[in-house]
Design a protein around this ligand. Structure first.
Ligand SMILES: [Zn+2]
Length: 376
């Protein structure tokens, strides 16, 4: 369903093997889904064959979802983009690609490859059904009356159509954005695609109210997904092409390892900063974050020394690194601050607040901001 540059964590996931050299994981919650489906069948029919058939259908369906993701991943590979892994969640699959293609034509092909796989599977099932003269289901309402192949055929058609909805978390949203990006800049295309996606969800919701409550449910899913995805797509568009050089802070207050914490209190109260690089011999040797400061005050009071409470691991980044990468590093590090270097020499520091500040300014410059104001 989704293909994204930064996937969910592999924690709680089991490796099932690999397809085309790409590791495939299933999330532990997916096993709960299987158990739940099995239990439902056992309760209603009290026989093992029904349980095996019910669970079997889900396993077959999710195998189709994995093939859908593999469609995205192999097409991306064709354009030189690696996929780290494919994870199967109860809500669908996620292929974690290292990035999306910059070229809109390639993005369109990568996004279309997933639904295309489902259409091919449906066509093969139809062919198989016709070979032994079993007819395919003639309407959606009879979906669960047919055999396993009929049900799987209908589900694959549904997967293809659902993923082609022109709203953001779906492949169709990416296709729409890429088509727009052929004639306008990346950010404007993202905003327009998000607006079209939400208008579409609204229309779908209205149709749901009038005709079928199931559509209302889909509309809600699309609306929420489109909002979340549009926000992160917007940030990505703003980050697009920006390097760390735009966000580096060159004027900052620092502490020495043997400064008392009282100095950090004073600087904090003056409102200068929240996190202080700790310098020795012209280089950063640590960072005293606000949490470190509070911990030190609780344990030893204001006369404790900075060196005893600072984080000593401070990641470094060169000024010409892409902001997107730096942002990810900042999110993963409890230090709140990265040391910025130019040709290996300290050039300044950077923190998340500053990057968000830059993005807000950038958004305002490109008119109309969708980035929420800074916290704190
Ligand atoms: Zn997809």
């Amino acid at each position: 369903m989704k293909n994204q540059a930064s996937g969910p964590s592999l924690k709680w996931s089991l490796r099932m093997g690999s397809l085309g050299g790409i590791p495939v994981y299933i999330h532990a919650t997916f096993l709960i889904l299987l158990l739940w489906i099995g239990l439902i069948h056992w309760r209603s029919e009290q026989n093992l064959a029904a349980v095996v058939q019910g669970v079997g259908l889900i396993v077959a369906l999710f195998s189709c979802v994995v093939l859908h993701e593999l469609g995205h991943a192999l097409t991306a590979r064709h354009f030189g983009i690696k996929t780290r892994d494919i994870i199967l969640l109860p809500i669908g699959g996620v292929a974690s690609m290292e990035k999306m293609p910059d070229n809109p034509r390639q993005e369109i092909l990568v996004a279309l490859a997933g639904p295309a796989v489902n259409l091919v599977i449906a066509a093969l099932l139809l062919f198989w059904l016709q070979l032994d003269h079993s007819l395919p289901p003639d309407s959606l309402s009879k979906m669960f009356e047919g055999g396993m192949r009929q049900q799987l055929l209908t589900l694959n058609l549904f997967l293809a159509l659902f993923n082609l909805l022109p709203a953001f978390p779906m492949d169709g949203g990416r296709v729409l954005r890429a088509v727009l990006a052929l004639r306008m800049d990346h950010l404007k295309a993202t905003r327009t695609a998000a607006a079209i996606g939400q208008a579409f969800a609204l229309w779908l919701g209205l149709a749901g109210l009038l005709y079928n409550p199931f559509l209302l449910f889909i509309a809600l899913f699309v609306w929420i997904g489109a909002m979340a995805e549009a926000g992160s797509e917007e940030v990505k568009s703003l980050l697009h092409g920006n390097t760390l050089a735009h966000a580096v802070i060159t004027h900052f207050e620092s502490l020495a390892p043997d400064d008392a914490l009282s100095k950090a209190i004073q600087l904090t109260l003056e409102g200068v900063q929240k996190d202080f690089p700790v310098m020795a011999n012209g280089d950063i040797v640590g960072v005293l974050t606000q949490d470190d400061l509070l911990r030190g005050l609780q344990e030893q009071g204001a006369l404790a020394t900075t060196g005893d409470y600072m984080h000593t691991e401070v990641p470094r980044a060169e000024v010409d690194e892409p902001l997107e990468k730096v942002m990810k590093e900042l999110q993963d590090c409890p230090c709140h601050v990265l040391a910025v270097t130019r040709n290996g020499q300290l050039a300044g520091i950077v923190n998340m607040e500053n990057i968000l500040e830059l993005l807000r300014i950038e958004a305002a410059l490109r008119q109309g901001s969708a980035i929420p104001p800074a916290r704190g």
